[in-house]
Structures are given as C-alpha cells and as structure tokens.
Write a protein that binds this ligand. Structure first.
Ligand code: C2E
Ligand code: MG
Ligand code: MG
Ligand code: MG
Length: 282
C-alpha cells in the first residue's frame, strides 16, 4: 500500500511540476516587490494568563496583503521567503513593527505586569550573523524593554545545532529577552539538551491541545509536557485552545498561558486595541 501511494504521489508531483515552478518564480518576484511596497501586515493574537484570565500580551503573526490575491497566510509564503533569504529583511521589519506597536499599547494600557509581544523567528533568521545586534537596535529605536519581547523558535530549529542554539540564546538572554520553544512535541527533542536552553517558555503544539479530552492519550501528552516544563522552571503556553473544556483542563493542569480561537483569533491592530480597551477576563 505504501508503495502504491508513493508512486501516486510521484506522478502528481511530476504532472504539477511545471505549474509549481512557475508559481514559485512568480511568488519570488512578487515577494521582492512586496518588501519595497510594504505589503506585509501583522495580526495580533492575544495570549491569556490562565491564572488571572487577562490578556498578558500578543503573538505577532505576519500576513501578506497581496494586490491580486488578497490576504495571504504565512504558510503560503514564509517557506519561499526562507529559501530566497527574503525572510531576513522581512523578519527585520516584523520585529521592528511588533515592538513599535507594543510600545504604543504599553503606554495606552499600562499594567503591573507590562504587556508583551511574541515574534516568530525562522531558521534562516536564527542563523543570521547580526541577529543579536539587529534586535538590540530595534529595541533602542522603538524604546521597548527587552523584557517585553519574546522570541519564538520552533523545536526543530532549536535542535538542529544545539551548541550554537545555546550560544545564541544566551546572547539574546543578555538583552533580557524572553525565549520560547514553539510547536513543542511535533519535532524531535533531546531531553538532555532541553534543560540547557535558557528558555522561559514551552508552547505546546495545537495538535495536542485540540485533541484533549478526559481520557485521551493527548491529554496525557499535554500533562507530561507541562510537568516536564515545570521541572525545567519553564512556563507553558497552550496554543490552539478552542473550547471551554480545554481551558478548564489546562487550568487544572496549572498551565500558565493559553492562546487560541476560544479567546480570540489573530486581530488587526484596531480590533486588538478595542479588545484591550474592553479589558476582558476569561
Ligand atoms: P505558530 O507560530 O505556531 O502560530 C500559531 C498559528 O496557529 C497561527 O497561524 C494562528 O492563527 C493559529 N491559531 C491560533 N489559535 C488557533 C486555534 O485555536 N485554532 C486553530 N486552528 N489555529 C489557531 P498563522 O497565523 O497562519 O501562522 C502559521 C505559522 O506561520 C506560525 O505558526 C508560524 O510558524 C509562521 N509565522 C507566522 N508569522 C510569522 C512571522 O512573523 N515570522 C515567521 N518566521 N513565521 C511566522
Ligand atoms: Mg509561534
Ligand atoms: Mg506555535
Ligand atoms: Mg503551531
């Protein structure tokens, strides 16, 4: 059966290749132009403290406002941006824009524990030589405290070259940044390395959270990740929280933060501002 489906997939790939190459080229051309024309937008998804039920911050998620194609989701263009290294200027803009916006919200909505913003880093950015200097400069230019910026790297990126990951994370830590391992549970993690990462947070991948139920294996996995994280003195963010039941279970398991459609979808700036104004509590 595996052989048959492998062959089928091969044929589909060959038949679709010409189209694929053309769209890939078109995409690359369009992407280059998009940077000059400033067609990227950030949407902000609230991150909820499960203890207080209040908004603790936001994850910045990039979208592309394409002139013909409309709003393009990140999974449709980040991979090509990575391959072409366009992710480097794009990533610089994303971090700068997220810090600039967060600074505005912090001034507009001061709170005891200041709001934070979480920004995703791709693998290419993570191996960019001047990453630390660039982020330091962004903090200076926007006036945002390093404590208020969190960087998310996926488990797979973190585990690619562990020694250089640790070295880089330590340099970022020296800027007081918060660091998070994203999509945890989907990649391969060596537990003997995990404790050496100076990270503050583990984000449990949505695939586990979405399948949480009373007796399910996935509930056990989420519980195990939470225990593991807590033993390593890390906070846990559950991503993809969609139901009140999931929220209740996560609270029982002492998960610190939640993010997901149950609270809010990623929002444009105006909508996120309105949400902050309404000061919701879950
Ligand atoms: P991620 O960092 O794991 O982000 C979470 C994704 O899950 C977001 O998709 C978000 O909209 C979605 N999500 C959040 N809550 C729920 C929920 O309750 N249910 C469901 N079904 N989905 C939920 P999005 O915005 O399409 O981003 C996809 C991925 O693209 C991100 O995954 C991240 O890896 C990447 N990405 C997004 N923005 C950036 C960026 O600025 N830079 C880089 N390098 N990557 C980015
Ligand atoms: Mg993320
Ligand atoms: Mg994630
Ligand atoms: Mg994810």
């Amino acid at each position: 059966r595996a052989k048959a489906s492998g062959k089928a997939r091969h044929e589909v790939f060959v038949a679709g290749m010409r189209v694929q190459v053309m769209t890939r080229l078109q995409l690359e051309t369009d992407l280059r132009r998009a940077i000059e024309r400033q067609e990227f937008r950030l949407h902000y998804q609230p991150l909820i403290s499960l203890q207080t039920g209040k908004i603790a911050g936001f994850e910045a998620l990039v979208r592309w406002q394409h002139p013909d194609r409309g709003l393009v989701p990140p999974n449709d263009f980040i991979p090509v941006a990575e391959e072409t290294e366009l992710i480097i200027p794009m990533g610089k803009w994303i971090t700068h824009e997220a810090c600039r916006q967060l600074k505005i919200w912090q001034e507009q909505f001061p709170q005891e524990q200041p709001l934070l913003v979480s920004v995703n880093l791709s693998g290419k950015q993570f191996s960019q030589l001047n990453l630390v200097e660039q982020i330091e400069q962004t903090l200076q230019e926007t006036g945002l405290s390093g404590h208020s910026l969190k960087l998310e790297i996926t488990e797979s990126i973190a585990m690619t070259d562990v020694e250089s990951t640790i070295a880089l994370l330590q340099r970022l830590k020296a800027l007081h940044l918060q660091l998070s391992i994203d999509d945890f549970g989907t990649g391969y993690s060596s537990l003997s390395y995990l404790h050496r990462f100076p990270t503050n947070t583990i984000k449990v991948d949505r695939s586990f959270v979405s399948r949480m139920g009373d007796e399910s294996e996935d509930s056990q996995i989420v519980q195990t990740i939470i225990l593991l994280g807590h033993n390593l003195s890390m906070d846990i963010v559950a991503e993809g929280v969609e139901t009140a039941e999931q929220l209740a279970s996560l609270r029982t398991l002492k998960c610190e933060y939640g993010q997901g459609f149950f609270f809010s979808k990623p929002l444009v700036v105006e909508a996120a501002t309105a949400l902050l104004k309404s000061d919701p509590q879950w």
